[in-house]
Structure formats: C-alpha cells, structure tokens
Design a protein around this ligand. Structure first.
Ligand code: AKB
Length: 303
C-alpha cells in the first residue's frame, strides 16, 4: 500500500514534502516520485533523526508482517509489529506528530459475530498478526488518552491493488487470481469457494488513510481503530466476475493452513461509526473493482 499512498500524498502536498522509507534500498526504484530514506523502523535513533532533520509532522506507519507469513515466526512478528509501533508512538509523543497506523480485521476471532461484525464485539484473534494489531490498537488508545498523541487508525480488510504483488496475507488470493487470469494460467485457490471475506480496492484504502488524517481531532471518538467496509465476496464470486472478461479462465480449490485463519475472520463489517464520525464511504464494489483491475493490470509493471 505504501507506494500508492505516497503517490496520493505527493499529489496533495508535493514531492518535496513526502519522504517514503523502506528497509530495502531497492524500494527507491519504485518511489522515484518523492524523497526516499533507507530506514529500519526498529532503529529508533535513525527514525528520530529522519523525522527531526526533515521537520516531519505526520507519519503513516505501515510496516508489518502480515497474517499468513507471521505464523512462521510468531516472536519475530510480534517484535517487528509491536516495537516499530512503540518507536513511532514514542517519537510522536516527543514531537507532537500526527500518526496513521493501520489495524486489520485480523483483530477479530471465532468469538466475534461473523456478519455485520460490530465495532467492539468479543475479540480473541487467532493469529499473532491479529494479536499484534489488537495490542497495537490498545497502545494507540493509551498514547492518545494518556499523552494526547494524535494517532488514528482503521481496521483494513484484505487490500487489492494492481501496482504491487501481495506480501504474505490470508487475503492475497484475491490479488493473485488476477495475475493468473491475465497470464492465461489455471488458478489454484487456497481457500474454499464459499469463503466470504471483507475486501477493499486500493484507491479506497488510500482514501480512508488520507481522509481519517484530515478529520478535525474532536470528530474522532475512537482511538483504537475504526471498522471500515469496502466489499465482501467469496473466491467463487470474484472468479465469476473475472470470467465475464476471461471466459476460459479456470479455477480449483485446495484449502491450506490459511483456511483456518480465514474461518476466524468476519464475513462482513459494520462500519457505522466511521460513516458517522468522518463520513467514510467506499467507491468500489466487486464489479467496479474487477473492471478497474483488468483495465490497469496489463499496463502495470509489478515490483
Ligand atoms: C492479511 O490477509 O493478513 C491482511 C489483512 C486482512 O490484514 N490482508
């Protein structure tokens, strides 16, 4: 999501005002439209230097290990996801920064209602990623109420975009499926055909981040993270939508370990509070998203 968010921020504030950072220096190649710093978010000294030297006022802290990859090394996932957030919150407290930090539908678990999942149901996440996001939400709320840190967050569903390949999430199939359709290959889906999950098209995800950062502070009554909804669909439904353009596209379903994670997540999300507090409204449904993906993907270089 970082590259697409940085691009929108450049359109809004100009390239001189935006610094993208990545632990991997090669990321700079795809971020040549703004400033770039090589940065490991666990390195709090360098993080502080970059912020102070460049008079940074807002930080969008996106770095995290996602749900499926996180299970391979839970302690590393916890350390990276939590320590990076704590570094950012501590520096925000010191310099009065405004922070965006994304949470996820992974905060919910088997005990949460699966349809129209409300803002604050029982939440016992099944993955270490979900545990880190839920703890992160509580840290954000704590820094906001105890120190007045202006931190803002949303619970993203699976994100679908054409500019980058997905990176270790449970919802990644919904991006991979487009690449297979375009390459004329058979798609082996790792979830069952009826596994419905909440999803969002990348332009809506970027819009959510930028618009929650623009809302006057007193409108935001939730400082953990807001539920936000885009669309919900099953593998079978997105396949049928893609087949309207690629009639010969074929699919088979062989659930793996990611099925268990998906089973513990909501099917649909109730985002009433986000609508009420900051006028959240997504622009893309399944049909519009598929058409837009298929229009852009063939022309896009994947990094
Ligand atoms: C994942 O699948 O891990 C992410 C998420 C829903 O947060 N896309």
């Amino acid at each position: 999501m970082g590259g697409e968010l940085a691009l929108e921020l450049v359109k809004k504030y100009g390239s001189e005002s935006i610094i993208a950072t990545d632990i991997n220096p090669r990321a700079q190649q795809s971020l040549d439209f703004c400033q770039f710093e090589e940065l490991d978010v666990l390195d709090i000294t360098k993080l502080e230097d970059v912020i102070v030297e460049n008079n940074i006022t807002q930080v969008y802290h996106l770095a995290a290990i996602l749900s499926a990859n996180g299970e391979a090394d839970p302690i590393r996932t916890w350390n990276i996801n939590m320590q990076s957030l704590l570094n950012v919150l501590d520096i925000a407290k010191k310099y009065g920064l405004r922070i965006f930090w994304p949470s996820s539908i992974a905060v919910f678990g088997l005990g949460s209602p699966q349809y129209a999942t409300p803002q604050n149901p029982p939440m016992v996440p099944e993955t270490i990623y979900g545990i880190s996001k839920q703890s992160g939400e509580n840290w954000c709320n704590y820094y906001a109420s105890r120190y007045g840190v202006d931190v803002r967050s949303v619970r993203y569903p699976g994100l679908i975009g054409y500019k980058t390949l997905p990176g270790g999430g449970t919802t990644d199939y919904a991006v991979d499926i487009f690449h297979k359709a375009l390459q004329g290959e058979h798609f082996k889906c790792y979830l069952t055909e009826e596994t419905e999950l909440p999803m969002m098209y990348m332009p809506d995800a970027v819009k959510a981040a930028i618009s929650i950062m623009d809302v006057p502070q007193d409108k935001l009554r939730i400082r953990t993270a807001y539920n936000i909804s885009g669309m919900s669909f099953t593998p079978s439904e997105i396949y049928q939508e893609i087949r309207k353009t690629y009639a010969d596209f074929s699919i088979s379903f062989t659930p793996d370990h990611r099925q268990q994670i998906a089973n513990s997540w909501p099917r649909t999300i109730d985002d009433t509070r986000a609508k009420m507090d900051w006028n959240w409204k997504p622009s893309f449904n399944l049909e519009a998203m598929v058409l837009d993906m298929l229009a852009h993907l063939p022309k896009t270089a994947i990094h």
